[in-house]
Design a protein around this ligand. Structure first.
Ligand code: NAD
Length: 336
């Protein structure tokens, strides 16, 4: 039995987590869900968007499956997603992008996995004004040897474990010579320890072009936080968008699996939410828990439903169904 902290989250969170827990249980995964709250709903009910009980449960069980959380724009509390990544040092953000059957996209045959450093770089928002009139702002990017070694090693170890052939390291070391230059130097050092895996590096602007011209040539990609933020959404766009891509945040001794889309307030409560992104994240969680066989069974059922029972799927992917009809179509195959 696996103890997993389940945070349904806001908006469509409840609907998609219900679908995912039903599918995992139908497939025979032995899960003990430890239900906790966070985000806007927790803030309204408990006066805290990240309650202490939730932190205590994560501290204890070290694995989280999380629905989307609403983050107020401008004022209000800071992103809980970012806070959780920082607090539990979940330094690897892993985003697979794989072409799916019967999902509209100009690209076929894409099968890549992007590793994004999750705790440093420009993205963490170390910013300040340097004058009282607020006419001059600065932002600081921090890159350390230790954190770079961890994420790059994680990418190589993943490639080794799953039989991947090539790592592409993405940087801007021609201009940001110290920060992303350090990242590149470390990538070259680490690649020498994995002679069986091909290694290349590309400058981020060239990478963006290559990814839309010939995405099939990429296998495992590793990059710094802000470049990874942008390129991982680009990668999702190659295979059908954020509604159908999973994500994991993994550290040395804790992991959080989450949907990459937001809380979709426009469709919340209407039964229209597509649970596929969170479902694919939960399959990454099953692999992390060494339940790869159950994960494969579910993935195969999803592919069959997309291919042969499209009308049961939700409207965002061209179906005519609801969260419930899609969930039931997958469960029916799992029960057969
Ligand atoms: P969003 O992803 O919630 O919605 C964008 C569009 O995609 C909407 O039309 C929505 O209906 C649709 N959509 C999203 N997920 C869907 C799904 N599973 N099935 C069907 N359609 C889906 O983005 P937004 O509107 O910019 O953000 C809403 C809130 O979510 C904001 O508060 C934002 O901060 C938060 N957010 C959270 C996360 C997270 O928790 N990881 C990520 C992004 C945004």
């Amino acid at each position: 039995m696996h103890n997993v902290v389940l945070i349904p989250g806001d908006g469509i969170g409840k609907e998609i987590t219900k679908s995912v827990t039903t599918i995992l249980e139908t497939a025979g995964a032995e899960m003990n869900w430890v239900r906790c709250s966070a985000g806007e709903s927790a803030n309204k009910e408990l006066g805290n968007p990240l309650p202490q009980e939730t932190l205590d449960a994560i501290e204890k069980h070290r694995i989280v499956l999380k629905g989307p959380l609403t983050t107020p724009v401008g004022a209000g509390f800071r992103s809980i997603n970012v806070a959780l990544r920082q607090k539990f040092n979940l330094y690897s953000n892993i985003r697979p992008a794989r072409s799916l059957p019967n999902i509209e996209s100009p690209f076929r045959g894409v099968d890549l996995v992007l590793f994004r450093e999750n705790t440093q770089g420009l993205y963490i928002g170390k910013e300040h004004w340097i004058d009282d009139e607020e006419k001059h702002a600065e932002s600081i990017a921090v890159v350390t040897r230790e954190a770079s070694e961890k994420i790059i090693t994680a990418a190589f170890e993943y490639a080794k474990k799953f039989g991947r052939k090539k790592i592409t390291l993405v940087h801007k070391a021609n201009i940001l010579k110290l920060t992303t230059g350090l990242f590149l130097t470390i990538g070259k050092e680490i690649s020498a320890k994995y002679p069986e895996i091909e290694f290349e590096d590309l400058i981020v602007d060239n990478m963006a072009m290559q990814m839309v011209m010939r995405p099939q040539r990429f296998d495992v990609i590793v990059t710094t936080n802000l470049f990874g933020d942008i390129l991982s959404d680009l990668a999702s766009g190659l295979v059908g968008g954020l509604g159908v891509t999973g994500a994991a945040n993994i550290g040395d001794d804790a992991a959080m699996f989450e949907a990459v889309h937001g809380s979709a307030p426009d469709i919340a409560g209407k039964g229209l939410a597509n649970p596929t992104a969170l479902l694919f994240s939960s399959l990454m969680m099953l692999e992390y828990l060494n339940e790869g066989r159950v994960a494969e069974k579910i993935r195969s059922a999803v592919y069959t439903v997309l291919q042969e029972h499209k009308s049961s799927c939700t409207r965002d992917v061209g179906g005519e169904g609801t969260t419930a009809t899609y969930t039931e179509a997958i469960c029916r195959l799992l029960r057969d």
